[in-house]
Design a protein around this ligand. Structure first.
Ligand code: HH2
Length: 287
């Protein structure tokens, strides 16, 4: 049996195995792959609208780069980057579910107040204040696996069995969130490709996604343009779409419900074909 999503996110009910596509908008001057091109509010708004036109099911907006070694951005600066984009999209009538990619409760609160629908936390709700906010608002949340912080996570990339350890650490993060009042049926889990993991760890996780199904919750995976693609193929960051599509195909065949990507149109085609193969062959199986 493959996994299924049954979750209202903003104005839309997501139902079934997907795949659903989360398009990435980075309102940052230093994101590793799109280098600040969408820093200005209008460019970020236009980019989000382009992703919607390309078939994104939801848009993930971030005001802080989380690339390896990235430095912290003050909450006020992050809020200034993201809130005007959310407000502008809503005032322009864009109704697509919007996700706020942040580790900070102040940023999440301001974004939700401006019209965001989901909190995407790469720190897995480690901050109790963010967990409480998500619980209070009753909003859906992505709990992603990471160790340490983006500034020091590379030093934590040591595992015996990466799949077993990531699964156990996600289960612990989920238990912590539930203890703070977060409803389990609002949670999406993410193994955190590229976060406190080397290329071999990322590839092992992508090859063992059905094992993460043991947690019994929908999965989101973000392989887009990441460094493991270079490790396997040598491709530079500006040429990693084919590798991204290969990883997306692996995700869809394993029954992953959501993929987080930069290139929505190409991903949509690859994901739909992979899903058609999956559904025709019954390929996706729980372990
Ligand atoms: N990856 C990045 C950021 N946020 N959120 C989730 N849930 N899963 C991910 O894999 C994930 C994420 C990093 O990618 P990107 O947004 O392209 O880069 P940057 O953080 O430099 O803006």
């Amino acid at each position: 049996m493959r996994g299924n999503l049954e979750l209202r996110i903003g104005a839309r009910v997501f139902s079934g195995p997907g795949p659903f596509i989360m398009g990435i908008v980075n309102a940052t001057p230093d994101s590793f792959s799109d280098g600040g091109r969408y820093h200005a509010r209008d460019a970020a708004v236009a980019h989000a609208e382009r992703l919607v036109a390309e078939g994104a099911d939801l848009v993930d907006l971030g005001g802080e780069s989380t690339r390896p070694g990235a430095t912290d951005v003050p909450a006020s600066e992050e809020i200034e980057r993201v809130v005007p984009v959310i407000a502008a999209l809503r005032s322009r009538g864009v109704r697509i579910p919007l996700s706020i990619d942040t580790r900070k409760p102040e940023v999440a609160r301001a974004a939700l107040d401006a019209g965001a629908d989901l909190v995407n936390d790469v720190a897995g709700l480690a901050d109790p204040a963010l967990a409480r906010l998500v619980a209070e608002r009753g909003v859906p949340v992505v709990i992603m696996h990471m160790r340490g912080t983006p500034a020091d996570m590379a030093a934590h990339a040591e595992y015996g069995d990466v799949v077993a350890e990531v699964t156990a650490e996600l289960a612990a993060a989920l238990a912590r969130a539930e203890a703070a009042g977060v409803r389990r049926d609002r949670v999406i889990l993410d193994p955190g490709i590229g976060f406190a993991k080397n290329a071999a760890h990322n590839l092992a996780l992508l090859g063992a996604l059905p094992r993460l199904r043991a947690l019994g919750l929908p999965l989101l995976v973000g392989p887009s343009r990441k460094r493991f693609i270079a490790a396997a193929s040598g491709a530079p960051v500006e040429d990693r779409l084919p590798g991204t599509l290969a990883a997306v195909t692996a995700c869809v065949l394993a029954g992953v419900e959501l993929v987080r990507v930069h290139d929505v149109a190409a991903t949509r085609q690859a994901a739909l074909v992979a899903a058609a193969i999956r559904d025709a062959s019954g390929f996706a199986r729980d372990p």
